[in-house]
Design a protein around this ligand. Structure first.
Ligand SMILES: *Cc1c(COP(=O)(O)O)cnc(C)c1O
Length: 390
């Protein structure tokens, strides 16, 4: 079956909540993917910041294959070494000996767990940011600060208020001793890779300390080495109470985590929360393989090098207003609303990117991307911009 056959079959069998896909992908290797017509693409979206080691990485293939042949699923009635080892690794990354991990499958579920954890403070009010994306389930959607996604599904959770992102005074006014938690993305991904002012997270930390509100940082998109650190907030020097991870965490498999630190690590009691597939041995094996590979190959150092190079090169291209982001999560702000045309032209040229907003191209390639692939991306982008931007 070719692209057209598959997309036509899709429309007859899959719900129309995503709109029609443009192509069907059938295989991949590293940063390359192949569609059902046999056309190859340079994948600069990485499954939306998910395939941290690219496609079909030998370390992931080996870990998953071994685990699925040994013991695929055990449920939460039993412990499994992979989940314990992974939780220990995540704990080490936080530097907090009190940290305790809850595993689930998606970003929305990790944030749902954070909402429930915060209810155990005895408070229920939540402050989130306008424009933020925290997922689509009813609780996570209540946190998401995008009216177009929320409004068809009202009423949502009560007690949630959205304040302008990056605005310290608005945050100070909104948070009180009645606030259960404040949730923020260290860099807003879906909103178009928005980086807050340098002192924002530090100020929010102080506001949370003064009121006893839990500070929750949603690192679903900015975690797992994406920004050149394990967590997207590390540039700020602060430590949140709760960290949520998903996307890259499973190295391409569905795995998420809610890591609670300090006293918040002990808010849940037996029976308070659960997930049948949580801490699945196969997804945990993939995650451990990804973490080990990132560490052994110093990929986060490479990520920081690529960041500088990409920002420098892209900023010079006519039609680019601003290049922002951290590590390999980059938003390219265009001077006009042509992001979708650029995306289509890039795809024709054999490069996959995302149009996060009508004026923003987002890229999030695998952390294993090579300098040659980055140069190839920049060359294609320059050519496309010369044609599309007039
Ligand atoms: C993608 C994303 C989510 C939601 O993750 P799902 O796995 O789609 O539920 C939540 N928060 C952030 C910051 C994200 O980028």
């Amino acid at each position: 079956m070719n692209n057209n056959d598959l997309i036509s079959s899709w429309s007859h069998s899959i719900q129309n909540n995503y709109g029609l896909p443009s192509i069907a992908l059938v295989r991949g290797k590293g940063c390359l993917v192949t569609d059902a017509d046999g056309k190859k693409y340079l994948d600069f979206l990485g499954g939306i910041a998910t395939n941290v080691l690219g496609h079909a990485h030998p370390a992931i293939v080996k870990a998953v294959t071994k685990q699925v042949g040994l013991l695929g699923h055990v449920s939460n009635f039993y412990a499994h070494p992979n989940a314990i080892t992974l939780a220990q690794r995540l704990k080490e990354m936080t530097g907090d000996d009190d940290a305790r991990v809850f595993f689930a499958q998606s970003g929305a579920e990790a944030n749902e767990a954070a909402i429930k954890l915060s209810r155990r403070t005895g408070r229920y009010r939540i402050i989130a940011a306008q424009g933020a994306f925290h997922g689509r389930t009813m609780g996570a959607l209540s946190l998401t600060g995008q009216p177009s996604k929320r409004e068809p599904f009202l009423p949502l959770l009560k007690g949630v208020k959205h304040v302008p992102y990056g605005d310290i005074e608005s945050m100070r006014r909104a948070v009180s001793i009645k606030t259960a938690m404040v949730i923020l993305e260290p860099i807003m991904g879906e909103a178009g890779v928005i980086v807050p002012p340098a002192d924002y997270l530090v100020a929010v930390r102080q506001i949370c300390d003064a009121t006893g509100a839990l500070m929750v940082l949603d690192c679903v998109q900015t975690g797992m080495g994406r920004t050149g650190d394990w967590f997207g907030f590390e540039y700020s020097g602060i430590k949140p109470d709760v960290i949520t991870l998903a996307k890259g965490l499973g190295g391409g498999l569905p795995l998420s985590a809610m890591i609670a630190c300090g006293a918040s690590a002990y808010l849940f009691a037996p029976g308070d929360h659960g997930s049948t597939f949580g801490a699945n041995p196969i997804t945990c094996a993939a995650s451990l393989a990804a973490i080990n590979f990132i560490e052994k190959n110093a990929l986060m150092i490479a990520v920081k090098r690529h960041e500088k190079h990409l920002i420098q090169e892209i900023a010079l291209i006519p039609g680019v207003l601003e290049v922002r982001g951290a590590g390999l999560l980059i938003g390219i702000e265009l001077t006009s609303e042509i992001a979708n045309e650029v995306l289509v032209a890039m795809r024709s040229a054999g490069v996959l990117v995302n149009a996060a907003t009508p004026t923003t191209i987002r890229i999030a390639p695998a952390l294993t991307v090579t300098t040659a692939q980055i140069n190839s991306f920049v060359a294609s982008f320059r050519k496309v911009m010369a044609n599309v931007h007039t």
